[in-house]
Design a protein around this ligand. Sequence first.
Ligand code: BES
Ligand code: MN
Ligand code: ZN
Length: 490
Amino acid sequence: MQVKFSAEASGDAHAYFVFEGAKGIVFPEGAPDELNAAVKRAGAVSRFKGGAGQVLEFLSPEWSKADRVLVCGVGKKDKAGPIDWQKAAGGVVKRLIASGAESLSLLGAPEKAVAAQIAFGARLAAYRFDAYRPNLKKDKRPTLESITVVFESATAAKNEYSALSARAEGVELARDLVSEPPNVLHPESYAERIRELADLGVGVEVLDEPAMKSLGMNSLLGVGQGSIRGSRLCVMVWSGAKDKSAKPLILVGKGVTFDTGGISLKPGPGMEDMKGDMGGSAAVVGAMKAIARRKAKANVVGIVGLVENMPDGAAQRPGDIVKAASGKTIEILNTDAEGRLVLADALWYAQTKFKPRAVIDLATLTGAILISLGHEHAGLFSNDDDLAAQITSAGLAEGEPVWRLPMGTAYDKQIDSDVADMKNIGNRSAGSIVAAQFLQRFVEEGVAWAHLDIAGTAWKPGNDNPLEPVWATGWGVRLLDRLVADSYED
Ligand code: BES
Ligand code: MN
Ligand code: ZN
């Protein structure tokens, strides 16, 4: 949903942001006098103090021409940061989206930067994936059609919002891709969707199976060989820096459009979630869209390996040994540890075709990261403290926190093989770290690299974050776009 800016409130719902003050609720300038009295009475019986996330709703009050007036707490004034404003706005939108209200004005932004954050939060909260629900009952359908952020200097606020609007577009794309069912979004159709980024000035190249075969990418190809769909490697190039030949930041994503586990078949219950096993690639594609849309002054390359992991007569077997493009050999002991096999060749391509300033990969790589960090943090692994610090602070600023885990040779030993350079699984202890060690074996000496394991954050069942939908979060787009803006632009 597009969000507008105006100096005047309009529409059938007006929402005022208020603070929790030492001497009671602090109303924004221009709030109707009657609101104060109404909140005094209603607030007393409902424990409303203006705390973050608290909302009071007045229906058809005679003192307003709006059909609904809402009062939304953002907490204490000196503590309210960008994410708090986003969440306050998002909370209102979530509450009203299918309420019968059609148009909403959000009032009380104290400055243009806050107005922009309010718009961003409202936009993220308004996202829904209803593409396959054409017959949704009328009383269940969303009613909210327009959102207006009210701010004196509407044009200034709108300009401030433009980069955030690009970021939101990237998040929406990532959510759409993760939500698409696996019969619709498979490697071939996914590659065609990625080609659409060319309209924004992104150079898109798609490698098909013969192209990858001639480069020796047998590790990636082995994962897809049981699928009727052809595997793809998509390369997206954005050259926005003044010096077009300056080393790019490279983002690499795992794009397993469905992970059955292959011959090492996963159990049935919950397997449908594995349509989201391309969440890392979706974050990369979404970030490339945001970066291109806001014309970031940076050189950034996105590389995604797209495969479907299926059991079949042609599928890879446990016991197979494949030679990756880097020349290293891998003993496949579990065909369900496939993400690392895809990334091995994608990482090789990133470092062979380009001279990267840094490489960051994102992948729904291990169930073990869910055990360690739940849905609250993504796992961060890196060989470079500066890069790890950049990623950590970008994640904090965007409400997509990461937590760094250790690496080391003691973990690395787990994947030594008796018959090949390495095997694709360890002994089950420290599974997320061992997976990161596997990836590091495909990172060349001297290349700054980080790996984000997003198996716990790419989708969240029963998500109560107002900025995110029920399932696919689009996790990573905000972090990556922020990282580029903060650390990689001219
Ligand atoms: N795609 C899965 C990881 C995953 C699990 C993502 C749960 C999201 C939720 C990955 O390909 C996988 O199957 N990993 C195995 C690795 C094991 C065989 C070493 C796992 O985590 O069990
Ligand atoms: Mn798997
Ligand atoms: Zn997987």
